[in-house]
Design a protein around this ligand. Sequence first.
Ligand code: NAG
Length: 247
Amino acid sequence: MYLNSLSSLGTRIKWTIVFNRLAQFQMEKLVKQVITGIGIAVGVTASCIALYLLMREEKDESEIWNDVRTTRQTFVKVKVPKDSIGAVIGRGGEMIKDIQEKTNTKVKFEDLCDSEMARNAVIRGTPEDVIEAEALIRKIILNQASVDQIFIPFEAIGFVIGKNGESIRNITEGSGAKVTIGRNTGKGPRAVTIKGSSQQIAIAKSLIDERLQMSELRNQRSRLDTTVQDLEKALGVDRNSITDTSV
Ligand SMILES: *[C@@H]1O[C@H](CO)[C@@H](O)[C@H](O)[C@H]1NC(C)=O
């Protein structure tokens, strides 16, 4: 018993030595790795500096290239709706000045009206700058609140409003536009006023359109049902008494 445990102790000691050796070996390896790591780090830093110098040189060259490019300017025309011109120009011309400075472009409104409803803004600059300025102007136009009006057939109005106004609330919430149903004008079409950005108005219109189509489908179905019922009456057939012989 005693001997047994003694020998097991011996084994344990041996193993401990082996483990210690292993640990030492690992340690040495680690130190080597650290040193190599430092070496690599130094190497990396050096190559980073070299790369940076290279990049800087490239940047200097590209700056020169930019100067060359500015002589090759382009222009683009953006149609600005009449009711958005004020917003694009801004109070005291602040907005258009800001856009020009931010994008390094020149923007001028053409005297000649493209149509009565819009004016062209001509943006001049490098192709990249022109695209950037165009995007800013388009964003202002999209965010510009405007008003639109559509007419809905009398028969569909209830369906567009929905039970307890649920449908019209969905349309308002889904689009973000303000939708107002006009006063009751008898059996004629009802005016619906939509206020919001052009994007919101477009969404509201498509949601109303969807609802109108659903309403039309329902009407068609009920008309078909009536026709079938009339036919059945005329023929004296009871639909429930017909048995399908194909089954
Ligand atoms: C309104 O929106 C909810 C949630 O999307 C939907 O469950 C419901 O059917 C909609 N109601 C109408 C009348 O469109």
